[in-house]
Design a binder for this molecule. Structure first.
Ligand SMILES: NC(=O)c1ccc[n+]([C@@H]2O[C@H](COP(=O)([O-])OP(=O)(O)OC[C@H]3O[C@@H](n4cnc5c(N)ncnc54)[C@H](O)[C@@H]3O)[C@@H](O)[C@H]2O)c1
Length: 340
């Protein structure tokens, strides 16, 4: 069993804490957050928290902790991961891995040099429909893969005033919609089809009422390996909508349709000519929480049993490279090659 230090006790940290309680392989969590309210609130709700500190340093110096789990804003991921690895801790970090490929490389090189493991919580890789879709693609159920389309519609107007400050700061968020929810779409397209070679993107702030300085909406086209193309639409300005994600994977022999929301159809549907065949997969009610719980459970098991991870920091780095190219394309107004 492990003792884990959790850094940043904000929104996503609650799902991490719940996952650590439920997996049964974590004995204690000690947290660090500069906000006294954040510390007190997390401690009230989770008995597994043994101590709380105002800064990361206390966790770095704590010899009882084998792992630090970074649930902080993206602009802190690299420097905190490097400090933790240098202090001899294994590191789990929330998505996006970091803000730039250079930061990812620094994290990977430090992990290698210090002989410690680095995990990135790409939670959607654990969605049951995604796991099954990948198996079907690999088994050739769609023929040759041609096109991947991922659409994410969120409405953050309602809770806009409660949005964390870093999310409304273009620099700290690392590129608005592209790096935030868009990162999930990028690593999933990459998982299904392989890494993007070149990209084109448009991004815009559609709702000035949102506190985002960065774009709340992005539309992206990706050149994927072979003949395949990818398309991503991501917005958090879909007023009146609930959070909705859907994906379509198109091949020469048929398509797969993946829905998160049971109101819009079965989680996984195989379309072939006139046929629409639902593929049975479990559909957890709280799919996003489920994904976060499964990926953390997987990483904890990898550490406890000394096993290799199925979701690697290398793929998280490749997705950062694509997001960086998308931001660059948006800025330049032209097609940009992804520098792996
Ligand atoms: N997997 C998912 O679907 C998902 C969902 C939400 C957020 N996230 C990711 O999780 C990360 C955190 O997002 P969030 O929504 O929880 O943000 P948040 O703002 O709610 O929480 C961040 C916490 O970090 C704390 N913090 C700030 N500076 C710190 C420092 N130097 N040391 C320690 N703590 C510090 C803040 O006080 C805050 O409590 C982001 O990278 C985000 O992209 C992932």
């Amino acid at each position: 069993v492990l003792k884990i230090g959790l850094v940043g006790a904000g929104g996503i940290a609650y799902l991490h804490l719940r996952a650590f309680v439920e997996c049964g392989l974590v004995e204690e969590v000690r947290i660090a957050d500069p906000s006294p309210e954040a510390r007190a609130s997390a401690q009230r709700q989770f008995g597994i928290i043994g101590a709380a500190y105002p800064s990361l340093e206390a966790l770095l110096e704590d010899p009882d902790l084998q792992v630090l789990d970074l649930c902080t804003p993206p602009y802190l991921h690299c420097r905190q991961a490097v400090a933790a690895l240098q202090a001899g801790k294994h590191v789990i970090v929330e998505k996006p891995m970091a803000m730039t490929v250079a930061e990812c490389d620094e994290m990977l090189a430090t992990a290698q040099r210090c002989g410690r493991r680095l995990f990135v919580a790409l939670s959607q890789r654990m969605f049951p429909a995604h796991v099954r879709a990948k198996e079907l693609l690999q088994a050739g159920a769609l023929g040759e893969p041609l096109l991947g389309v991922i659409n994410i519609y969120g409405d953050e107007m309602e809770g806009a005033s409660a949005l964390p400050a870093w999310q409304s700061d273009g620099g700290q968020a690392g590129g608005g919609a592209i790096f935030d929810a868009g990162y999930h779409a990028v690593y999933m397209l990459q998982h299904f089809f392989g890494p993007a070679q070149a990209v084109v993107a448009l991004a815009k702030r559609l709702r000035s009422e949102l506190p985002h300085e960065a774009a709340d909406t992005a539309v992206a086209a990706l050149e994927l390996p072979g003949p395949a193309l990818g398309s991503i639409v991501v917005t958090c300005a879909a007023t009146g909508d609930r959070w909705t994600e859907n994906r379509r994977l198109v091949g020469t022999q048929g398509s797969l349709l993946i829905h998160d929301d049971p109101d819009y159809g079965p989680p996984l549907l195989l379309l072939r000519r006139e046929e629409a065949v639902p593929i049975p997969v479990p559909q957890p009610l709280q799919l996003h929480s489920y994904g976060v719980a499964r990926i953390l459970e997987h990483f904890v098991e990898c550490l406890v049993r000394d096993q290799p991870e199925q979701v690697t920091a290398a793929e998280a780095r490749a997705a950062v490279a694509t997001c960086q190219a998308l931001c660059e394309s948006e800025r330049l107004g032209q097609r940009v090659a992804v520098v792996g």
